[in-house]
Design a protein around this ligand. Sequence first.
Ligand SMILES: *Cc1c(COP(=O)(O)O)cnc(C)c1O
Length: 407
Amino acid sequence: MTASATSSSAALAARFDARLMPNYGTPPIALVRGEGRHVWDADGTRYLDLVAGIAVSSLGHAHPALVKAVSDQVATLAHTSNLYVHEREVELAERLTALIGPGGDTARVFFANSGTEANEAALKLVRRAAGTGRHRIVSTVNGFHGRTSGALALTGKPAIRDPFGPFGLDVAFVPYGDTEALRDAVDDTCAAVFVEPTQGEAGIVEAPEGYLGAVRSICDATGAAFVLDEIQSGIGRTGRWFAHQQAGVLPDVLTLAKGLGGGLPIGACVGIGRFATAFAKGDHGSTFGGNPVACAAALAVLDTIEAEGLLDAVTANGGLLARGVTAIGHPLIAGVRGAGLWRGIALTSPEAAGVQSAAAAHGFLVNAVAPDVVRVAPPLTITAGEIGEFTAALPAILRAASDQETT
Ligand SMILES: *Cc1c(COP(=O)(O)O)cnc(C)c1O
């Protein structure tokens, strides 16, 4: 870290270090404010934000539509609990199910406060639907579904999973993208298959063409539920409302969070067909789930994606980003993966952390999602000009990262 020991960022880091649990390590940058695609740190440095709080701040920072929706709602009615109905949650459920398109007419929604909670709801939902005797779950190696015990049990990353087991859930892991392994693992004792359309936390790892279709047919053949975790990929990130729409495949259960609230905490578990009504009264709940402020934020996100034509912009600007990075032809860059504004820059050696810090020193926030993958997931509102600023700076960033490595 280059900031002096007396900088505001460093002072805050020291306080963080003393009173926050060490699970995150101490982040090197303290952010104080954001506007559009930019954020400022405690020392006054401005960054172009290509992380968006891990694919969350879909409208960027302080978007007027989000500010107004949240401010108006908090001034009107901030919380009701689920003992009372309020219109925002009904409206949001109506909008989300409509966005699914064909097949979504049967869908119903449970609102939670995070991604992991959306997957916990999905887990209970599929087990309720399967009944007793059919409790095995199949998930994928290196997949990520969250940090609470149920979602963690489904997460195929040994480093974060193994210290907390056993989980009391029968989960089998198959290599991601391997149709034959999935076919072998799924039988009529299997309640559900949990899968991401592209593995986000693994480093934007794409499945081979046709994989989601194969998951669909394996689930159809065995009666297992197909749960698609679109917590990171959903709500416009790939240039479609949902990544599965590109594949033309409809899951039984869809989980959402991250970009849905544009920075306000909200998750959703969407059940389709018989999964829409698999929970009976009393089966699940959340005090904060469907909170009016979070729902108002999500409605503002959906409205703004429509009003500003962001799905087309994501496709165009995502292509620009991928082509721009590829065109650099630097030996450290192995390739660019992903779709829309959800990209992994794969490196030829494990220097992603060095690229992340060199990028910050040049005024760009990117994320070392894996030792050899840099994740770029900017606000959906990013402009072609801002992407050009990043691709223009990237050669110097890579040079600085390589220099760090050799000194
Ligand atoms: C982030 C993420 C989660 C967990 O969401 P939280 O809000 O952090 O609980 C689950 N699944 C996927 C695919 C994610 O990217």
